[in-house]
Ligand binder design. Structure first.
Ligand SMILES: Nc1ncnc2c1ncn2[C@@H]1O[C@H](COP(=O)(O)OP(=O)(O)O)[C@@H](O)[C@H]1O
Ligand SMILES: [Mg+2]
Length: 248
């Protein structure tokens, strides 16, 4: 077991201080997707409500393994890094975050993240709240936009609503992509109750939902290329002007 600071660890943080926007739904369904592929992923739950950990407890041991780390529990007996250690075999770590989060927690939570996904319900109020957290991620947590690690998932969408269009315009102006859309589907509610993911339900009922989750995971899988490209772009922009360029 080692602590999360590991170069080859894909740390995906699902974050939005607004409760009920679909954080735990995304965490559990992405984890199931990685679990079916192997090696066993880990979920780390920072939300004191512990819904991801409770979901894991409902999960049958016969299902593909997902490791669980209850980060919201603070133990006096062990160091913090010991509590947050991730199994050696784990390549994909999915982090669930609490509702309401201060600036220090935001920096802590997003440190070493390869991706930060913000689920947003496309309503006027939620779009406003999402724009605040996105601003904080850029300005407080200093997420480098060049690395393209910050993205939005529009959750419980109905097509062509005015608030969805508004959300898209806002994100477009910041250059932040919407990498997934999840339709409103009771299958997520049932999956959560049964300790499974959408991938583990009767295929005929969930075909569209599986496709939507897989699209997100396919995008997530590009994290290493995005990071490499981001480092290159940042280096090019930071390179001091050469004498030749100054003479021009
Ligand atoms: N796309 C969806 N369609 C239907 N129900 C959803 C969807 N996404 C989430 N839910 C349900 O909405 C509730 C809140 O979602 P949850 O993932 O727990 O949000 P959060 O973790 O952000 O508080 C849960 O009951 C969940 O099953
Ligand atoms: Mg939750």
């Amino acid at each position: 077991m080692i602590t999360p600071q590991r170069d080859n660890l894909n740390k995906i943080v699902i974050l939005n201080p607004k409760g009920g926007c679909g954080k735990s739904t995304l965490v559990t369904n992405i984890a199931v997707c990685y679990a079916s592929r192997g090696p066993a992923p880990a979920v780390m739950d920072f939300d004191p409500q512990g819904s991801t950990m409770a979901w894991l407890e409902r999960r049958s041991p016969e299902r593909p393994t997902i490791h669980g780390i209850a980060a919201y529990k603070k133990s006096m007996q062990a160091t913090r890094s010991w509590q947050l250690r991730v199994p050696n075999e784990t390549v994909n770590l999915i982090v669930d975050s609490p509702a309401g989060i201060n600036h220090d927690d935001l920096r802590e939570l997003t440190r070493d993240a390869s991706t930060i996904l913000v689920p947003v319900l496309p309503s006027m109020m939620d779009t406003h709240a999402a724009s605040r957290i996105i601003a904080d991620l850029l300005l407080v947590a200093k997420i480098n936009r060049n690395e393209r690690k910050l993205a939005v998932v529009a959750n419980r969408t109905r097509k062509n609503t005015r608030s969805l269009a508004q959300l898209m315009r806002f994100l477009d102006s910041l250059g932040i992509p919407i990498v997934g859309v999840l339709r409103d589907s009771q299958c997520y509610v049932h999956a959560a109750e049964e300790g499974v993911g959408i991938h583990e339900m009767q295929p005929s009922r969930v075909r569209d939902d599986v496709e939507q989750i897989e699209r997100i995971v396919t995008w997530l899988d590009g994290w290493e290329q995005r990071r490499q490209r981001g480092i290159e772009i940042t280096n090019i922009r930071r390179r001091p002007l050469s004498a030749a360029a100054l003479a021009r």
